[in-house]
Write a protein that binds this ligand. Structure first.
Ligand SMILES: Nc1nc2c(ncn2[C@@H]2O[C@H](COP(=O)(O)OP(=O)(O)OP(=O)(O)O)[C@@H](O)[C@H]2O)c(=O)[nH]1
Length: 412
């Protein structure tokens, strides 16, 4: 860029200097021509006299005198027919100057008031004479042009660097720093504060950075709010899901009608308690209970009342059990009890309490009164037992024996 500006500036300076040279040359040539005319005026009289009097000697002296003048390169004198009388040149023909100029005057003699034409006299000068005279002026013009060119170009380079190149470099390096910094709180500060376009640019960029920083902050805040909202929603949803999960587990684990453990869960939990009792070598008993003639209750009062009898049975016996006792519904109207830390006698006692409580109770629903009984089979765990199912099977046999004995009884 600077090179292009310099070349243009150099060419313009050369053109101006060339024009100055040409003007000087033409001015000098003009002044030499004027001098030639004055000389011609001065010598025209004596030359005309020499021609009229045919005084060749005097004519030669005059011509020699003329050509010694520094501005004259040659002299021609011709008669009225155009024949050359005098032809004098200071240069050799093979080294003729590249440009010649001349002035011609008529020669005449006045006799009895009459003007008699004698011919013409031409004085020549050349570019060489002009150049000899303007040489010093040319040198001065050239020196002035070089000084002007150097000073102005130096000033231009200084101003360019001071006001454009250096601030631009600084601006670019600060823009790089802003780009590299991860925060947007950096600002551009040019060290040379001038009220020019670059500083306006600096202010515009800083305004833009401030806006970007505000936008970024707003986006971060929005994002934070959204994240917090999302986290809260996820926490709430997780809590809801956990609650539902618990409910589902509960539903899956319990019998929907009576609220006690269903068959699968009862046996799973009972197996754990059974193993624990075995390890601790503590007593434990298993009671299998079956409502007597339940089909008859269903058939007589309907399934709805049958359901209520089942619920009633559970509610009644729960009041007779310890917190550590495990109860589950293992069939339609068949229930099981696992009694940790309870030997066969203790189990019998509980079973008998249940039997009596059920026999003595009445289910009242829809204006109907239903009474029922329960048969039970009891088994206590032995050292040879390794599964709750073994106990269940043995208790089932006892239950059948209780049924066979006429029901409403407990069989050990
Ligand atoms: N209402 C009602 N009835 C059920 C339910 N589950 C099973 N039952 C009924 O319980 C009855 C069981 O009948 P059985 O197996 O013949 O036994 P039982 O009539 O009690 O006779 P024993 O056990 O020999 O005294 C069937 O009629 C089943 O339909 C239930 O959840 N609700």
């Amino acid at each position: 860029m600077i090179r292009v500006i310099f070349v243009i500036y150099f060419c313009v300076a050369c053109l101006i200097t060339g024009i100055q040279f040409l003007t000087e040359y033409l001015k000098t040539q003009d002044s030499i021509l004027t001098e030639l005319k004055q000389l011609e005026e001065t010598v025209r009289g004596p030359v005309s006299t020499s021609l009229w009097q045919y005084d060749d000697k005097q004519l030669d002296v005059l011509i020699d005198g003329l050509v010694t003048m520094p501005i004259i390169e040659g002299v021609d004198i011709k008669d009225t027919q155009g024949n050359t009388i005098v032809y004098k040149r200071l240069y050799r023909l093979d080294s003729e100057p590249f440009s010649m100029f001349d002035t011609t005057a008529d020669l005449s003699w006045t006799l009895n008031g009459k003007n008699i034409a004698l011919g013409t006299m031409t004085l020549y000068s050349s570019s060489k004479v002009v150049l000899d005279r303007v040489w010093f002026g040319f040198v001065l013009i050239a020196i002035t042009a070089i000084i002007k060119l150097s000073v102005l170009f130096g000033l231009f380079i200084w101003a360019f660097n001071r006001y454009l190149a250096l601030p631009l470099k600084e601006l670019m390096s600060q823009v790089d720093e802003v780009q590299l910094s991860h925060t947007l709180n950096k600002r551009i500060t040019l060290s040379n504060f001038e009220n020019n376009e670059l500083n306006q640019l600096q202010e515009h960029m800083n305004t833009m950075l401030t806006r970007m920083e505000k936008d970024r902050q707003r986006l971060l805040n929005d994002e934070k709010t959204k994240r917090e909202w999302l986290e809260k929603a996820v926490t709430e949803r997780t809590a809801e899901l956990q609650m539902l999960n618990e409910k589902l587990k509960d539903i899956a684990a319990k019998d929907s009608l009576t609220g006690v453990l269903n068959r699968g869960n009862f046996f799973e939990t009972a197996q754990h308690l059974f193993l624990l009792s075995q390890r601790q070598q503590s007593p434990a008993s298993f009671i299998l209970m079956d409502l007597d003639h339940f089909k008859r209750i269903n058939d007589t009062y309907g399934h709805f009342i049958g359901d209520h009898v089942l619920i009633h049975f559970m509610q009644t016996i729960q009041g007779l059990l310890r917190k550590s006792d495990l109860i589950g519904r293992v069939g339609g109207e068949e229930f099981a009890l696992f009694l940790p830390n309870a030997g066969i006698d203790e189990a019998y006692e509980i079973a008998n309490k249940i039997r009596q409580a059920i026999k003595a109770s009445t289910v009242e629903i829809d204006g109907k009164k239903v009474t029922y009984t329960v048969s039970q089979g009891i088994e206590a765990i032995g050292p040879e037992d390794h599964s709750i199912v073994q106990l269940y099977k043995r208790a089932d046999v006892k239950l059948y024996q209780a049924k066979d004995k006429g029901r409403d009884c407990v069989e050990i």
